[in-house]
Design a protein around this ligand. Structure first.
Ligand code: HEM
Length: 504
């Protein structure tokens, strides 16, 4: 059984305005059987608040779990970044992490085949810095205009309200830059044992910058110290019914028992000159940087050591964004990352309100934020900057800090154009390499073929065939194996269907 907090005190129960209530379980009424009284503020207060308990769930990553902890710098990276939180070996920064699945609703099973979100908020003295990462080093797309439609195909059919294998594979097989991520998703890595047993990756290229304007491109990796552990398709399916909240429970229980999960944090580093000469665009989110050329450089450890006191207040209301950044860390020109800089604060304003940064889980450390030109709005609760002028006043001095010099690499010149990436043969090279990596562990290629075939069998024939073609471009034999396994599954399903038909 999950151990939860025990209480010893007994506070006086009141209405929301603080008026003591004698009996919270007795509505005021006329006589023993008469109608209720409008003057019963306790009842009205309670019902009206209950009616408004739900806020919109996240449009993606709705199901999640989280905890607090700390980031500690273990190795010097002051040659790369001036960010205060990375400035000294041994320096610790308070952190909040939230893990999630992507496509399912708030009540969906934790063991679903899905990428996992790996979001961390650092409360630094220069403001909050968020890492909004996944457990895979790549993503399904490299043109952000595809994101909403891609997500639609992984959710429910607009007519049937059912998950729909045809939609799912129709999109993926028509947008084959997704295949690298699909190779991850349908290997057993697509069903991690729990949040503690998976890695985290920035996926995108970011920039570590210095005040003199110099910078390096980086990719960030968080490697689990618990070891990677995955589920087979059947184990994940069984957990979905026996304990749909398995990963949530696993994280909470481990922390409650003092078994604090941790991740060792590394970066891969590339100079702007290397990036210009590199064989593919480092702003292409469907590709990884080879570790032989760009080795992992360790710089920190993330440890989670405190469960939330209240899930809704601290985890559901947490609002992460790649645009919540600090001096010394900048987004790269990756177009998917660039559009995420807009999308997250925009959805937070919808989900939590325009003053979402005032919610304690999102609030920067005391005294750090000062943005008095942002005033009023729903749920303004922090004093609204009191008498401070709401414009740049000549009577109220403000200090403006020079954060970074302009750099020649940041001069972008070009004509307005539609998106530039096109599908090339080399786009299948890394998926092919991953297929070969799976071959190094007994049974992993077999599991991959099985995991795809039991899902793909639900798609229409023409979509199945296009998908065989896609996997055939990764590896000819893989395409053939998936075709054979899937068509066998289709036949089996048809026979089972026939058996299930009533005989007339
Ligand atoms: C959550 C948009 C790509 C990681 C979300 C949310 C939106 C969104 C609207 C819900 C946020 C909320 O309600 O709090 C997008 C768009 C993308 C994109 C428009 C591409 C154009 C990615 C990528 C990654 C990622 C590439 C990882 C590398 C996450 C994570 C969360 C999330 C971890 C959950 C954050 C949390 O725990 O609250 N995304 N996303 N997303 N996204 Fe993305």
């Amino acid at each position: 059984m999950v151990k939860t907090k025990e209480f010893t005190d007994a506070p006086v129960y009141t209405t929301s305005n603080g008026c003591p209530v004698m009996n919270p379980q007795a509505a005021q009424r006329v006589g023993d059987n008469g109608p209720l009284l409008l003057q019963d503020f306790h009842l009205i207060d309670l019902l009206a608040h209950f009616d408004r308990e739900r806020i919109p769930e996240r449009v993606v990553h709705a199901k999640g779990a989280g905890a607090f902890g700390e980031f500690e710098v273990t190795d010097d990276i002051s040659d790369l970044t001036s960010a205060a939180m990375f400035s000294q070996v041994g320096k610790k920064t308070k952190a909040l992490a939230r893990f999630s699945t992507v496509g399912g609703e708030k009540g969906s099973p934790d063991s679903a085949r899905d990428p996992r979100g790996f979001a961390v908020k650092f409360y630094t003295e220069e403001g909050n810095h968020d890492w909004v990462f996944n457990n895979t080093p790549i993503f399904f797309l490299r043109d952000p205009a595809k994101f909403p439609v891609f997500i639609h195909t992984q959710k429910r059919n607009p007519q049937t309200n059912l998950k729909d294998a045809t939609m799912f594979w129709d999109y993926l097989s028509q947008n084959q830059e997704s295949v690298h991520q699909v190779m991850h998703l349908f290997s057993d890595r697509g069903t991690p044992f729990s949040y503690r047993h998976m890695h985290g990756y920035s996926g995108h290229t970011y920039k570590f910058t210095k005040p003199d304007g110099s910078f390096h491109y980086v990719q960030i990796h968080l490697k689990t110290d618990q070891g990677v552990k995955t589920l087979t398709n059947e184990e994940a399916g069984a957990l979905a019914s026996s304990n749909p909240d398995h990963s949530t429970e696993d994280l909470f229980t481990a922390i409650e028992e003092g078994n604090f999960p941790s991740w060792t944090v590394y970066c891969q580093v590339m100079t702007p000159e290397q990036a210009e000469k590199f064989k593919f665009s480092i702003f292409d989110l469907t590709k990884t940087w080879p570790q032989k050329e760009f080795p992992l450089r360790r710089f920190g450890k993330l440890t989670l050591n405190k469960n939330p006191e209240n899930y809704f207040a601290e985890i559901e209301q947490a609002a992460f964004s790649p645009s919540h950044t600090v001096p010394g860390v900048e987004p790269s020109a990756d177009p998917v990352l660039q559009s995420r800089l807009f999308s997250y604060p925009d959805t937070h304003r919808h989900r939590l309100g325009v003053n979402y940064q005032q919610i304690p889980a999102n609030c920067p450390l005391a005294g750090v934020a000062f943005s008095p030109f942002q005033r009023d709005g729903f749920m303004q609760v922090n004093g609204n900057y009191g008498a401070n002028p709401n414009y740049q006043s000549s009577f109220r001095p403000l200090t403006f800090k020079k954060v970074v010099n302009h750099d020649p690499h940041e001069k972008w010149v070009g004509s307005a154009t539609n998106f530039a990436f096109r599908m090339l043969d080399e786009d299948y090279e890394q998926p092919n390499a991953l297929w070969n990596v799976l071959g190094r562990t007994q049974g992993q290629q077999e599991n991959f073929v099985h995991n795809v075939s039991v899902h793909l069998k639900g798609a229409r024939k023409e979509v199945r065939e296009r998908t065989y073609g896609m996997f055939g471009k990764v590896d000819k034999a893989l395409g053939e194996r998936i075709q054979k396994a899937t068509e066998e599954e289709v036949k089996k399903a048809e026979e089972e269907n026939k058996k299930a038909q009533p005989r007339l």
